[in-house]
Design a protein around this ligand. Structure first.
Ligand code: SPD
Length: 423
């Protein structure tokens, strides 16, 4: 290797103007140009200018591909830079020439970082970084980095500092904690928002208090998932509760939360709580304990959480409940995950009986679509939609942020189109 990388500066002329004004087409072409050359694509960001023009960059493991387009001149300026010698940027060049319909081109290849001119040194990475950070005025230095929780048609994005405070790929999933500007520290699993410091109370108060207060005498609870600790934190506010078992499959979720989300993880060491690291699905089928309440506080139905949405598992949950017991589960969004939302309802009705399943909604700004659901299936005759008369005192005493007895009553009132979905 004579140089660190190869840089090709390209002028594409006589391109199709409509191509050069089409963000998805250009982004796809650039990403494909990179992958066709064997590059590992890390990320891409593209922007449309008004009234026309597109700019963008594809970050690859081997460096980057960038483009700026002037549709009005049928011209695109492109630079293709690859480090090392594993990726040939000329393959990307050929691909783009065709994709943009260029009639003509000129290209200049430069070798960057001639090895015979460079001297390799050892350096103190940490010290240099700290020194560099001292030069940066955080008010002036505004990075535009976003986390996007999405499916193929919808997304929720949060801007964050760019720092990843916790970053671990475990055998189950990728666990991260980032610091978002609008919602504070945020737990991310496999690129999905699990909870943020600012609005986690919406979720944790609602997955616990409506059911616990309506029942009024829950002593033994099993939490499946819930490794961040928010559900346990809310459960221990109920004096009737004697014992909480939490079975979390991924120790990293607990570690990340204890380190970076202490306000959520604060009760993970509460003497009433027993934390078991293991697979909740297996745990339930291997143990014969009975509970007054089982709370499924898992992630979305991908990766290790997928089985938590299966009929067989929900059936096992019913078997592990006392006669007046209840199953409470995070049941996804009626907008973002409509199929799962409806499927859970159907499974629960089949297992517990049609009149024994109760669904409510709450708002949560940082989950895609902003609206989320909990479904409660009961074994006995309790009515989870009826708040406990002592609920108001409970809220005041515990200084709750989202739950109130009025919210409790309102939450079970479903919009007609959701009633239809579930009927
Ligand atoms: N899309 C996010 C759904 C996450 C539900 N569980 C979050 C865990 C918080 N304890």
């Amino acid at each position: 290797m004579s140089a660190l990388g190869t840089h090709i500066l390209v002028e594409f002329l006589g391109c199709k103007p409509e191509h050069l004004n089409d963000v998805p087409l250009i982004e796809k072409s650039m990403v494909k140009a990179a992958s066709t050359a064997g590059a590992t694509v890390i990320n891409s960001t593209f922007h449309h200018f008004s009234p026309y023009g597109v700019s963008g960059v594809v970050v690859i493991q081997e460096s980057h591909l960038a483009i700026h387009c002037w549709p009005e001149y049928q011209y695109a300026a492109v630079d293709l830079f690859t480090c090392g010698d594993t990726v040939d940027p000329w393959i990307s060049f050929d691909y783009l020439k065709k994709a943009l319909g260029a009639q003509n081109y000129s290209a200049l290849e430069m070798k960057r970082g001639a090895i015979n001119l460079l001297e390799r040194v050892d350096f103190d990475l940490k010290g240099m970084r700290e020194e560099a950070l001292n030069y940066i005025n955080p008010d002036k230095y505004n990075r535009d980095v976003w986390i996007t929780d999405k499916d193929k048609n919808q997304a929720l994005s949060l801007r964050y500092t760019g720092e990843i405070l916790y970053n671990k790929k475990t055998p189950y999933q990728h666990v991260k904690v980032i610091d978002t500007y609008a919602y504070g520290k945020t737990l991310i699993i496999d690129n999905m928002v699990m909870c943020t410091e600012t609005d986690e109370a919406h979720y944790h108060e609602m997955i616990v208090h409506p059911a616990m207060l309506s029942h009024g005498n829950v002593k033994d609870v099993l939490v499946i998932g819930g490794g961040d600790g928010g559900t346990i934190r809310e459960l221990v506010k109920h004096e009737t509760i004697e014992k909480i078992k939490m079975v979390e499959i991924d120790e990293a979720v607990i570690e990340a939360s204890k380190l970076h989300l202490p306000s959520i993880a604060s009760q993970l060491n509460n003497p009433k709580a027993e934390v078991i690291i293991g697979d909740g699905i297996a745990y339930l089928s291997e143990n014969n304990d009975n509970y007054d309440a089982i709370i499924i506080d898992g992630s979305d139905p991908v990766g290790p959480a997928k089985g938590l949405f299966s009929e067989a598992f929900l059936y096992n949950c019913k078997n592990a409940l006392n006669n007046n017991g209840m199953l409470i589960m995070q049941a996804e969004s009626p907008m973002f995950n409509q199929k799962t939302f409806v499927e859970i309802n159907q499974y629960l009705k089949k297992i517990f009986g049609t009149t024994k399943v109760h669904t409510f909604l709450f708002s949560i700004p940082t989950y895609p679509s902003g609206i989320w659901s909990i479904q409660i299936a009961v074994k006995g005759n309790m009515q989870p939609n009826i708040p406990n008369p002592k609920g108001a005192d409970f809220c005041t005493k515990n200084n709750l942020k989202y739950y109130s007895t009025d919210i409790h009553k309102a939450a079970f009132t479903l919009p007609p189109y959701i009633q239809k979905l579930l009927s």
